[in-house]
Design a protein around this ligand. Structure first.
Ligand SMILES: [Zn+2]
Length: 345
């Protein structure tokens, strides 16, 4: 299927909202943002009632389906440390656990320590935790998720909770869990592709309208890649990939910077949560990776029907494990397995 847009449709008409309660900048824009020539699947295969997502016919390697229950457990293990707010003991303990867990599945693990400046102008020590699979492979895929959690639940309906930390079952743990489980399955079943899993720190300490206060770990990594001259095929960021009713539309900056890779990923999508429609724009780690010259897309749960642009528990004290689904995690993980299979061909 090929969708051809008319010249008048190419004229983008933006409706831009700056939500006062939104700690990320979310621009909703009109449905006519048909920048892309959409090919392939619409990502509308039927939902499964198990945690093992549908596979598509693209798999080159006869692999096991992605195990969403195992990913769910990996999310729970992160939350068991408590909120992973930088410069707290829970954050330090989780960093050790992430390092050990990646070491079991990756050929090399690098813990990149650095100092960044927060939106409040204060220095902050960070750790980006990087797992490398097949270090000698020239064809490489970059996979990212942030592992820190937000220090303030400032979108909570109860103002008394605004100074409390976010547990980040969805906003933090979900993306990391999918990548940890993916590494396990690639270790068990092999891949010819080089894969770099970069768990970035300090994504979620940002201040509204100060773009550079978000994605501090990703900014640091972009300036200090773990390999000099690092050039993957492209990058995929996972953020908030666990909600049972998640909606993964095509995020605006991803399409703007890497539309062909958005096509590739959405045409390999597993399950009903990937929707082949234009979504909002989000300042997230991928923006800084793109700025550094590496095309990078964001698989992120975007809601056109909410005031914030995100799910209702976003940046509230209710971002907890009860609101995470192994089915959604499995669909995202399976999508990555399908993309990897397509790159192996
Ligand atoms: Zn967040």
């Amino acid at each position: 299927m090929r969708y051809v847009v008319s010249a008048s449709q190419r004229k983008m008409t933006y409706r831009i909202f700056l939500y006062p309660s939104t700690m990320k900048m979310v621009f909703l824009y009109s449905a006519l943002v048909a920048l892309m020539t959409a090919c392939g699947s619409t990502g509308t295969s039927t939902a499964t009632d198990t945690a093992a997502a549908d596979t598509t016919s693209t798999a080159a390697v006869d692999r096991s389906p992605f195990d969403g229950n195992s990913a769910l457990q990996l999310a729970r293990q992160q939350c068991d440390f408590g909120p992973r707010v930088p410069a707290t003991p829970a954050h330090a303990k989780c960093a050790e656990w992430l390092t050990t867990t990646l070491q079991a599945s990756c050929d090399t693990v690098i813990v990149q320590q650095g100092t960044v400046t927060t939106g409040q102008g204060k220095p902050l020590g960070i750790k980006n935790i990087i797992g490398v699979i097949n270090p000698d492979a020239s064809q490489r895929l970059l996979l990212l998720a942030h592992w820190d959690t937000r220090p303030w639940a400032d979108n909570d309906p109860d103002p008394a909770n605004h100074s409390k930390p976010v547990m980040g079952a969805n906003d933090g743990a979900s993306g990391v869990a999918v990548l940890l489980q993916l590494a396990r399955q690639l270790k068990a079943e092999g891949t010819s592709l080089g894969v770099d899993i970069v768990l970035v720190d300090a994504e979620d300490m940002g201040i509204t309208d100060i773009e550079e206060s978000w994605g501090l770990g990703a900014q640091y990594w972009a300036q200090h890649p773990h390999v000099a001259g690092y050039k993957p095929l492209f990058g995929i960021l996972l953020d908030m990939v666990g909600a049972p009713d998640a909606s993964f539309t095509r995020e605006y900056y991803s399409v703007k910077s890497a539309s062909g890779f958005v096509d590739l990923v959405w045409s390999n999508a597993a399950g009903s949560h990937f929707i082949n429609e234009a979504g909002g724009a989000v300042t997230d780690d991928h923006v800084f990776i793109n700025d550094a010259g590496i095309p990078c897309i964001d698989i992120i749960d975007l809601r056109s029907d909410s005031d914030t642009g995100f799910c209702s528990v976003w940046h509230t004290v209710d971002d907890t494990m009860e609101h995470i689904s192994p089915i959604t995690l499995a669909e995202v993980g399976q999508t990555l397995l399908n993309v990897i299979a397509s790159l192996e061909q």
